[in-house]
Design a protein around this ligand. Sequence first.
Ligand code: PGA
Length: 255
Amino acid sequence: MNTPLVVGNWKMHGSQAECAALARQIVRALGKQRGQSSASVVIAPPFTALTAAARAIKNSSVGLAAQNCHWEERGAFTGEVSPVMLSELGCGYVILGHSERRHIFHETDLEIQKRLGAALRAGMRAILCVGETLDERQSGQTFKVIGQQLRIALKGMVKDGINQVEIAYEPVWAIGTGQNATSTQVAQVHKRIRQALVKAFGSDGETVRILYGGSVKPENAKELADTPDVAGFLVGGASLKVETFMPIVRAFSHK
Ligand code: PGA
């Protein structure tokens, strides 16, 4: 089985110095728990702090993620950052299709598909976020919405490309609200995501890590980590302090 993965999505928080300090604290905390099996850790600072964070995690096991990328390598795209540029900074991962990108910045499934293709071509791993809004859940559309997000984003993927992808199930109503999905709800959706992956990619679809995200906290991490087919977390608010992030990482120590 793949090692579980816990990703800290720092969103638009932190100066270079603050991000470097937090990254160093995480490296130190992981060093102290050496020997205990636990999750792999990836941090996703804002673009402006990627270099400082890369320096802080050098020679450690912590990975670096960007929070988005464009689909072209270069060109007249004011304000955008290409996967090649991010890879050069040391980003091994990129978060794509986050609900804040979809809902605040109106990114479409088709754009997310293009970003994903470009990230994989640049040799990065992609963390593809999917999830339903409260309205969609209440009107019984959850699986339909997530199925469509997956189908479009993963369409036309290069052969074996799925091995470079993690899926993060993040119900929009659970992000930053303090209200996490229950383990039953998470298990139901992860099962459907797994079925869709296996249908599309055969045995390669069986090993893709499916993460959960949405108000993961030290208090609920253990129960969520024990939920069937939860292979990691995408953590927002609680990833901004080492005291709340590390207990979440350790929730997988027995897996
Ligand atoms: P949250 O954010 O943990 O603050 O709910 C999760 C996310 O947006 O990835």
